[in-house]
Design a binder for this molecule. Structure first.
Ligand code: TYD
Ligand code: MG
Length: 464
C-alpha cells in the first residue's frame, strides 16, 4: 500500500499558486472556489530545480550599502511617454516585467512597438514568440512600421533554449510572448500549468538578473477555470502591468499593479488604430468626447490619476422605484460609496432617496477610487432628481463627509488648471481649497467654494 501512495502529485490553486497535498474545494489562501488542479511533483535532482539554481557553498559574504555601486543605474527610454511614466521613468536593466491582459487587447502589439522603439534607439532586442509564427509577426510588423535596428525574432517554446539564447546573445531587452506557452522539461505538467509557469518565470528571472537583460513577459488573464492565471507570477516578477480596455472601444489603459521601481498610481492611455497603438497625451478630451451638454444628470469632474489630472463625466439617473426595494447601481465607482452618499443625501439634503432607484456611471469605463469624486456624484444625482441641467462649462470636485460637509481634496490648483485648459469656465470646489489657493491661475475661471451639500443643492437651483 505504501508503494502505491507514492504516485507523486500535488494540487495547486490556479489563482494564487497555493500548494496542497490533497484536493480542496476552496483555496484557504485566496478563498476562491474550484481552483485546485492536480500536477505531478517535480523531481529535484542534485543540481537543483529548473537545473540552474546555485548550490549553497558556505562562502556567501554580505556587503555594505556603501560598497554597492548604483551610480550607473540608467533606465532605457521606451519611446512611449505613457509607458515610461507607468514604469516609473523607463525600463530598468535586468528587470522582469509582466504584462497581463485579456486576449486580443493588444499586448503583442504594444511589446512589438516597444521592441521596435528600443532597437531604433540603438539597443539590442530579441522578440521570442511561442504563440505566433515568424510570418504572423512579420504581418503585424508591417502594420506598425518596419525598423532596421538590431531586432531579432525567434519562434520557440522551450525555456532552456530561450535562456541559453539570451545568455549567448546578451541583448539589452527581450520579449517573451507568452509565458503560458513556455515549458521546461523538468516539470511533467502541460504548458500553462501552475508548475510550468512558475518554473519558467523563475528561470527567466535568474536569466534577467545574471545577464542584465530586461525581460517583458506576456501573461494572459484567464477567467476562472483555467489552469494558471498570472497571479502566481505576480510574486516572482519585479513589475506587473495590466493592459485593459476602458469601454470595449479603441482606447486602452495601462496600469501597474506592482512596481519595485516606481509608483503604482500612474496610468498610461493608448488608442488602437489600424497602424498599431498610439499614445493619448490628453485623455481628458477623449473622456469627454461626445458628451451631452444639455442633459440633466451629467456632471464633469476632475480627478487625479497619479501625477496627471483627468476630466471625466459622471452620469446619474434617478427614477421612481416601481417595486418595494429601490435599486442602486454603480459602474466605475464603489457600490458601497454610492450607498453611503445616497444616505447622506437623504439625511442632510432631505431627498427621499428610499423611494427612488439610483444609477451612477463614470463615462469612458474608468474605475475611480478617489474621494474627490463624491461631490460630482451628488451633483449628478441632484441634477437628475430635480431635472436640472448643470451648465456644461462646470467642473465639480470635492470629498463629502457623513454630516454632509464638503471636505478639501489634494492638488486643487492642478485640477483647476486642467479645467481651464479644456475651456471650462466655472469650478465648484470645497471652500477650504478655495480659501487656500494662490490665485495666479484662477483669473479667467469662476470659482465657487462650498461648505456642505446644502450649498451644492442651492447652487444647482441657480442653474435651473
Ligand atoms: P494583439 O496585440 O495580438 O493582442 P494580444 O497580444 O493582447 O492578444 O492585438 C490584437 C488586436 O489588435 C486584433 O484584434 C487586431 C488589433 N490591431 C489593430 O487594430 N491595429 C493594429 O495595427 C494591430 C497590429 C492590431
Ligand atoms: Mg498576443
Amino acid at each position: 500500500m505504501r508503494e502505491r501512495s507514492k504516485t507523486e502529485s500535488v494540487f495547486f490553486c490556479g489563482e494564487c499558486g497555493f500548494e496542497s497535498k490533497k484536493w480542496m474545494g476552496q483555496c484557504p489562501s485566496c478563498h476562491k472556489w474550484n481552483t485546485f488542479c492536480e500536477e505531478p511533483v517535480i523531481k529535484t535532482t542534485g543540481s537543483g530545480r529548473a537545473g540552474n539554481r546555485s548550490q549553497g557553498t558556505g562562502m556567501a559574504k554580505p556587503v555594505r550599502l556603501s560598497e554597492i555601486d548604483a551610480a550607473g543605474e540608467t533606465r532605457y527610454d521606451t519611446g512611449f511617454r505613457e509607458l515610461s511614466r507607468v514604469l516609473g521613468g523607463g525600463i530598468v536593466p535586468g528587470s522582469l516585467v509582466l504584462v497581463g491582459g485579456d486576449p486580443g487587447i493588444g499586448k503583442s502589439t504594444l511589446l512589438l512597438q516597444l521592441a521596435v522603439n528600443l532597437s531604433e534607439a540603438g539597443r539590442k532586442v530579441i522578440y521570442i514568440s511561442g504563440e505566433e509564427s515568424l510570418k504572423q509577426i512579420k504581418l503585424r510588423a508591417d502594420r506598425i512600421g518596419q525598423t532596421d535596428g538590431d531586432l531579432g525574432f525567434l519562434s520557440e517554446t522551450n525555456i532552456s533554449t530561450v535562456t541559453a539564447l539570451l545568455e549567448r546573445e546578451k541583448p539589452d531587452f527581450a520579449v517573451i510572448d507568452s509565458i503560458q506557452t513556455m515549458y521546461t522539461d523538468e516539470a511533467q505538467s502541460a504548458p500553462g500549468s501552475v508548475t510550468q509557469v512558475r518554473e519558467c518565470a523563475q528561470a527567466l528571472m535568474l536569466c534577467a538578473k545574471q545577464n542584465n537583460v530586461a525581460i517583458f513577459l506576456v501573461g494572459h488573464v484567464t477567467k476562472e477555470g483555467t489552469v494558471a492565471g498570472p497571479r502566481v507570477l505576480e510574486h516572482i516578477v519585479d513589475t506587473v502591468l495590466y493592459f485593459e480596455s476602458g469601454d470595449g472601444g479603441a482606447y486602452r489603459i495601462l496600469r501597474s499593479a506592482k512596481n519595485r521601481f516606481g509608483s503604482t498610481n500612474e496610468i498610461g492611455v493608448f488608442e488602437m488604430a489600424s497602424d498599431g497603438l498610439h499614445e493619448v497625451e490628453n485623455p481628458s478630451e477623449l473622456m469627454l468626447a461626445g458628451r451631452p451638454t444639455d442633459a440633466s444628470g451629467a456632471v464633469v469632474t476632475c480627478l487625479m490619476e497619479g501625477t496627471r489630472s483627468m476630466l471625466m463625466e459622471v452620469q446619474g439617473l434617478v427614477t421612481e422605484t416601481s417595486f418595494g426595494m429601490p435599486r442602486r447601481q454603480a459602474s466605475g465607482m464603489d457600490y458601497n460609496r454610492l450607498n453611503l452618499l445616497l444616505a447622506v443625501l437623504e439625511k442632510r439634503a432631505g431627498l427621499q432617496m428610499s423611494r427612488y432607484d439610483a444609477y451612477v456611471n463614470i463615462a469612458g469605463g474608468m474605475k475611480v477610487t478617489e474621494p474627490a469624486l463624491d461631490l460630482a456624484v451628488l451633483a449628478a444625482i441632484l441634477s437628475s432628481y430635480r431635472g436640472i441641467v448643470v451648465e456644461a462649462d462646470t467642473i465639480v470636485f470635492g470629498e463629502v463627509g457623513l454630516s454632509g460637509e464638503v471636505r478639501a481634496v489634494t492638488q486643487a490648483e492642478e485640477r483647476i488648471r486642467e479645467a481651464a485648459k479644456l475651456g471650462f469656465s466655472r469650478v465648484i470646489l470645497p471652500q477650504y481649497n478655495l480659501s487656500r489657493l494662490k490665485g495666479s491661475e484662477t483669473t479667467q475661471i469662476s470659482l465657487r467654494g462650498i461648505r456642505n451639500i446644502g450649498e451644492l443643492s442651492a447652487l444647482l437651483r441657480e442653474d435651473a
